[in-house]
Ligand binder design. Structure first.
Ligand SMILES: CC(C)(COP(=O)(O)OP(=O)(O)OC[C@H]1O[C@@H](n2cnc3c(N)ncnc32)[C@H](O)[C@@H]1OP(=O)(O)O)[C@@H](O)C(=O)NCCC(=O)NCCS
Length: 409
């Protein structure tokens, strides 16, 4: 049975929000729902109907995202849910196909998403493109290595987040191009980042912040909450929950982390979303103290393979014929020669024998520079017809720094 799919009108928002909260087993506060609504581009929503009942949802944010060597329009896929009464009837599959066709028509060569569960999106051509680290750091003994950068002109300032929003926006805007995966945040996103009602706090008190600045202005910021507490022996047992920390240079970065790590009356610093190559690994005298745990972050789908491959920079010269399999977006299937170097790339359809055969999801996983292709080859998930070709492709597509979006959408 097929069910009709269409974008919703703004007046249908309550039903759309209802599908989302039901699908995610979540009961948002009405004002959280209002924030969602403010972030929603109604012409990019899609809903599925069974008769008059809305039974599934998805939507897209029109992002500008950093990719290796540049910035690109990227479809930020979000709000995917199917009511439990209608699950496993192929509804998500039909939504994904329709959405990818819409994204293509819109001219965005790449789609990206956060997955609630990792097994869902590979079948639709999304590859695991970025990871994130979660740190739980014991405060005591969290020393830096000798030689960690210090800049005497820098100082920390305690601020109220709502009063310095413009500083966050400026600083983030200045660093967003420095790491693949970071995407521009519009006003509705900043409203959500700085939201600070009781239901936003999860028992950890108001949003707090430190700025790192010198006489010329702000060079970085940290946003966090503190769950304060005392143990049964009367010892302080507070927990810093870091929301985000961005800095324009290493000295500001180090100073902000010191500001977070040295907080009095705190025993733990918990940071759930950090890049896999967080410079903090290099700053810590004892990096084991970060107790890092890994999870997947962004999943990336090349909607127009040739245009996507031509739209990024490459870390090393490469000249290879790639044969791409793509069941969901058949316009991508076939052979192309990728000729690229650090200055630019050209991707042209050819009939020649391929050097590498791979699924579009494999290319998506490597697109932002996390360089998973060697592991996929070792796992038997892509084919190498010319010895050394996978290594050459993986080397060219790898990037520093590693990708990281830093904010769930
Ligand atoms: C995930 C979800 C959207 C799937 O919707 P659905 O309509 O049941 O999916 P489909 O029927 O189109 O399934 C397509 C395929 O994906 C598989 N699949 C779907 N959800 C899966 C999951 N959570 N884990 C593993 N496989 C999954 C199905 O088994 C099916 O496989 P098949 O083609 O081999 O038979 C739905 O279960 C849901 O709303 N979950 C809760 C909210 C959520 O996690 N949303 C995703 C946010 S990123």
């Amino acid at each position: 049975m097929t069910y009709p799919i269409r974008p919703i009108a703004e007046s249908e928002w309550p039903a759309f929000a209802g599908v989302l909260s039901e699908g995610f087993n979540w009961t948002p506060h009405p004002r959280q729902t209002e924030r969602w609504k403010a972030q929603t581009e109604f012409d990019r929503t899609l809903a599925v109907f069974d008769g008059d009942t809305m039974v599934a949802s998805t939507s897209v944010h029109s992002f500008t995202m950093t990719v290796p060597g540049g910035r690109l329009p990227v479809a930020g896929v979000t709000a995917v849910a199917v009511l439990s009464s209608h699950r496993r009837r192929g509804i998500l599959s039909s939504l994904m196909r329709r959405q990818l066709a819409d994204v293509r028509e819109r001219g965005e060569p790449v789609a990206a998403l956060y997955a609630s569960e990792a097994p869902i999106y590979g079948r639709f051509g999304y590859g695991r493109a970025a990871g994130q680290m979660s740190f739980t750091i014991a405060r005591h003994g969290a020393a830096f290595v000798p030689g960690a950068p210090v800049d005497a002109s820098l100082r920390l300032r305690v601020v109220k987040p709502a009063e310095v929003r413009g500083e966050y926006e400026r600083l983030f805007g200045s660093v967003a191009g420095s790491r693949p995966g970071l995407y521009d945040r519009n006003a509705a996103f900043w409203d959500a980042i700085l939201a600070d009602e009781e239901f936003d706090q999860n028992g950890a008190g108001p949003l707090r912040s430190l700025l790192a600045e010198d006489d010329d202005g702000v060079r970085g910021y940290a946003l966090f909450r503190i769950k304060s507490g005392w143990d049964g022996d009367g010892m302080p047992d507070g927990e810093v929950r870091l929301q985000e920390l961005f800095a324009a240079d290493p000295a500001a970065y180090a100073l902000l982390w010191r500001g977070v790590l040295d907080r009095d009356l705190v025993t733990r610093i918990v940071a759930h979303a950090r890049p896999v190559d967080d410079p903090l690994f290099a700053l810590m005298a004892n990096p084991r103290q970060l107790r890092p745990s890994w999870s997947d972050e962004l999943w990336v789908r090349l909607v127009e393979v040739d245009r996507a491959l031509e739209s990024r920079a490459y870390a090393a010269p490469v000249d290879l014929v790639l044969e791409v399999a793509d069941e969901v977006c058949p316009w991508n299937a076939g052979r192309r020669r990728l000729r690229a170097d650090t200055a630019g790339a050209e991707c042209k359809r050819v009939d020649e024998e391929p050097d590498v055969t791979l699924d579009v999801a494999a290319l998506g996983s490597a697109y932002l520079g996390d360089g998973d292709l060697g592991a996929l080859h070792a796992a038997g998930m892509l084919g190498e017809r010319t010895p050394g070709a996978v290594r050459a492709l993986a080397t060219a597509m790898a990037w520093q720094p590693k990708p990281f979006a830093g904010l769930v959408f």
